[in-house]
Design a protein around this ligand. Structure first.
Ligand code: SF4
Ligand code: SF4
Ligand code: SF4
Length: 316
């Protein structure tokens, strides 16, 4: 897949079919990648595909001007479709290089399982349904259900439906797996008072770095409500009550746009379980409106259309 990607990306630039390529190159730290955004055809030799290409690159499409060739896993492709439906991206300006995705490895889970820091690991390789970790000269084997990100364990679209160039054999969706929703199930199993206390504790740790917002393709407002001063919806200092308002409003803003890509939770520097909120909203949107963002490119965007038959007067 990697070789095919490099060839296709180079050809797109050489034939002047795109102005930019957005993909992944090796990161400076072990077991990481970093987004590569380039106009230079020689840079395409640095493109990689591996179990650590975690970023949802669709996030860059609203920032870059011109025609773009973009590497997309299934969840990223759903974000691209959603951005097209919201008129934020023009389909003709994008060449989607589709990666059939086997799921991304969550290094925090690996660290917990082997009891070592990621810097101390010698190698991590994917072998079918197993992940093999070399540490202190020994090989340890784990099942993918133990080490993939929770959102990957619940992935509904590993292979993009919307693409221009498919880089490998399509992969089936994940079976329903309990592991993907353990945090959410735990929160649902406790009383409202305990749940409130749990979120108070979690959100008290938020430092309002806005990484969760900045990494999210569905958070595309030019001016976020948290930066408004008239009226000032939330205090700029990170009080837990304001942090809660930030997350509630953000979740409402991304309802019908969130594709459960898991990026907001992954980047949170203080490990707040944000997916417990975003996935719950994703499931509510599905239950109430039978809508899953980016799954059907012909569907009307959930939050930007209304029908004459709406039950509420204010819609009409
Ligand atoms: S959610 Fe699906 S497409 Fe996205 S990284 Fe995980 S397995 Fe891949
Ligand atoms: S990424 Fe985490 S710490 Fe930063 S604003 Fe979001 S919830 Fe708060
Ligand atoms: S809210 Fe989180 S999971 Fe949903 S699209 Fe944004 S970054 Fe991805």
């Amino acid at each position: 897949m990697e070789q095919k990607l490099r060839q296709e990306a180079k050809a797109l630039l050489e034939q002047n079919k795109v102005d930019w390529i957005i993909g992944f190159e090796p990161g400076s730290l072990k077991f990481t990648t970093t987004p590569l955004i380039t106009k230079d055809k020689d840079d395409t030799d640095r493109l990689v595909i591996n179990p650590f290409i975690v970023n949802n690159l669709a996030n860059f499409l609203t920032e870059i001007k011109g025609r773009v060739g973009i590497v997309a896993k299934g969840c990223d492709s759903r974000s691209i479709v959603s951005l097209i439906q919201d008129n934020k991206v023009v389909r003709e300006d994008v060449v989607i290089l589709a990666v059939p995705c086997p799921g991304m490895i969550d290094l925090a889970k690996v660290e917990r399982l082997v009891g070592k820091d990621r810097d101390e690991l010698d190698d991590i390789t994917r072998e079918g349904d197993k992940v093999v970790i070399k540490v202190d000269g020994e090989k340890k084997e784990f099942s993918t259900t133990q080490v993939l990100f929770d959102h990957c364990l619940a992935c509904e679209l590993p292979t993009p439906q919307e693409y221009d160039i498919l880089l490998g054999e399509p992969r089936p969706p994940a079976p329903e797996l309990v592991a993907s929703g353990e945090d959410i199930a735990r929160l649902k199993g406790i009383s409202p008072a305990e749940r409130w206390e749990s979120w108070e504790n979690e959100l008290s740790r938020c430092i309002r770095c806005y990484a969760c917002r900045n990494v999210c393709p569905a958070c595309f407002c030019q001016r976020c409500f948290v930066e408004e001063t008239e009226p000032q919806w939330v205090m700029p200092v990170p009080r837990w009550q304001d942090n809660l308002i930030f997350q509630i409003v953000r979740n409402i803003h991304v309802a019908g746009r969130c594709t459960d890509c898991g990026e907001c939770e992954r980047v949170c520097p203080v490990n707040i379980p944000l997916r417990s909120l975003t996935r719950e909203m994703y499931d509510l949107v599905d239950e109430l409106f039978h809508f899953k963002a980016g799954m059907d490119k012909e569907a009307l965007p959930l939050m930007t259309h209304y029908e004459q038959e709406e039950a509420e007067d204010f819609f009409r």
